[in-house]
Design a protein around this ligand. Structure first.
Ligand code: TPP
Length: 510
């Protein structure tokens, strides 16, 4: 067995069952090993940003890592933006990046670069393995690092792949998440019992599963407000689940939402900070007079901290929230309001929603409040081009659930190649492209930062010249599509696309 096969066998033995790949010559031994290790499903992507985003989507849905297979520094660099989103999401993910053979690397061949340097800002764990003997042991360590919510990047020189290896390494147990200090639980109890206005602010580790349920119980028992970070990796919603209020994206709205709180208890997150700085606006969003209590930081065990808090407060199960009727879809054109109504009226049970709708997303949380149980995934690191790839990875991870990707037209064009992978793999993804033919959010931001733009500035913010034809783009990659320009037509198209298996595209003209 060579080093490449030993690495792949180690990944499989450690529970890595998908590899989103865009390989090159230095990864050929790893490519060849795919035939020997059918437990790892190789999925070809036509751009590395699709591979990294798809691995993010997989990790968000399964809680375990997928791998990417990338080609030296340039391939890893192409994957960077969506690795950044995955890094912020704390998604478990293993990058396997090929490099030149050890003796070839110093010779200045064209693809030589500082691969570790490219990896570092988007990796918690980076290692260049030495040879075919160390490669499988390093692969096991990479998976263990990933399993504790990290991005692990393993760089494999080509000769470590093609040389003989003693074989696969056994899995390495991940380090358990550290427990929040008892004092932090005690401080939160005192704050929540103070009778003063309190809120729990939930970050990614607390917006699904047992943690969300416990947070709902604690809020119901104490009267504290339940708020969530604006963009979390995975929010479980719908049915009888707790309904944390979203912290608004706009600084002034977020400041208003947090105003008047005496105590803010942070659960798996940091103190709230504006997405950007704006002249004359604060960067820190909570009132200066609000006492901030860190129950647990993102690395710590949020479930254990919330269990301890719920027990100390003797919090009973939370009552089911009031039912909310599905919205009526109005007659007329598609705008943020009617788009949200069409989504709210059609969202099926068990859906996975990937939200990169940008300015069209503002009304979605309210319009989908009464929907059946579903997951909602946000753009965690603000780097656009994540929606289509994350939807692709989520669909592979959860093949029995409908995936609905709500996608701005500008954002879609970063990683539109995802559609090809969706068609090739036969994935059940319905993509709605919000075709407003502009970078609308940037037109808003231009004014908000106090910049004055004329015609030349506006020209950099509109994408209608020439007009993009998403139906044709989809069809060229094997995804059937249709164009709609009214809200009821959108709702009908959504129903049809969701009912029919396989990928579909709807170009919704705003
Ligand atoms: C990787 C990356 N490049 C650029 C940006 C800046 N940016 C933020 S939103 C945006 C345009 C989004 O356009 P679209 O998806 O059409 O949504 P709209 O604003 O029109 O609602 C851009 C270019 C970014 N956030 N990330």
């Amino acid at each position: 067995m060579n080093g490449a096969e030993a690495v792949l066998r180690t990944l499989a033995a450690s529970g890595v069952h998908a590899c989103f790949a865009n390989p090159g010559t230095s990864e050929m031994a790893l490519v060849a090993a795919m035939d020997e290790v059918p437990d790892v499903r190789g999925v070809l992507t036509l751009f590395e940003g699709v591979a990294s985003g798809a691995a993010d989507g997989w990790g968000r849905m399964t809680g375990g890592p997928a791998a990417t297979l990338l080609h030296l520094g340039p391939g890893l660099g192409n994957a960077f933006a969506n690795l950044h989103n995955a890094y912020k999401a704390r998604t478990p993910l293993v990058n396997v990046v090929g490099d030149h053979a050890v003796l070839h690397r110093p010779l200045g061949a064209p693809l030589t670069s500082d691969v570790e340097g490219v990896a570092r800002p988007v990796s918690h764990w980076v290692r260049t393995t030495r040879d075919a003997r160390t490669a499988p042991a390093d692969a096991a360590l990479a998976v263990a690092a990933a399993r504790s919510g990290q991005i692990a990047t393993l760089i494999v020189p080509a000769d470590a792949g093609w040389s003989p290896s003693p074989g696969a390494s056994p899995p390495v147990a991940p380090a358990p998440a550290p427990r929040a200090p008892e004092q932090a639980v005690h401080d939160a109890v005192v704050a929540l019992r103070s009778g003063e206005p309190c809120a729990l602010l939930l970050g990614t580790p607390a917006t699904h599963g047992r943690a969300l349920e416990l947070a709902g119980r604690i809020a119901a028992a104490t009267g504290a407000r339940l708020i969530r970070d604006t963009f979390v990796a995975r929010l479980e919603r719908g049915g009888d689940r707790p309904r944390p209020e979203p912290l608004p994206y706009l600084t002034e709205a977020a400041v208003q939402a947090l105003a008047g709180l005496a105590h803010l208890v942070l659960v798996g997150t940091q103190r709230p900070v504006g997405f950007f700085a704006y002249p004359g606006q604060p960067s820190l969003l909570a009132d200066a007079g609000t006492e901030i209590h860190g129950l647990c930081v993102p690395d710590e065990d949020a479930v254990a901290a919330l269990e301890a808090l719920a027990e100390a407060l003797n919090a009973p199960p939370a009552p089911a929230p009031e039912p909310v009727a599905a919205p009526e879809v109005p007659d007329g054109p598609i705008d943020a309001m009617s788009f949200a109504a069409a989504v709210g009226a059609t969202l099926p049970d068990g859906a996975i929603v990937v939200d990169e709708a940008v300015t069209a997303a503002f009304m979605l949380p309210e319009a989908t409040l009464g929907a059946p149980e579903h997951d909602w995934m946000f753009i965690t690191g603000g780097a656009i081009g994540q929606g289509l790839p994350v939807a692709t990875g989520a669909a592979i991870a959860a093949p029995d659930r409908p995936v609905i990707c709500l996608e701005g037209d500008g954002s879609a064009m970063y990683t539109i190649q995802s559609l090809w992978t969706q068609a090739r793999e036969g994935l059940d993804v319905t993509t709605v492209i919000l075709a407003n033919r502009s970078y609308a959010i940037l037109a808003l931001e231009l004014a908000r930062v106090g910049a004055e733009g004329g015609e030349a500035a506006r020209d950099l913010l509109e994408i209608g010249r020439p007009a993009l034809d998403f139906v044709k783009l989809g069809e060229s990659m094997g995804v059937p599509g249709r164009r709609v320009d009214d809200a009821r037509g959108l709702a009908a198209a959504l129903r049809e696309a969701i009912a029919e298996p396989g990928p579909h595209l709807i170009e919704a003209v705003l």
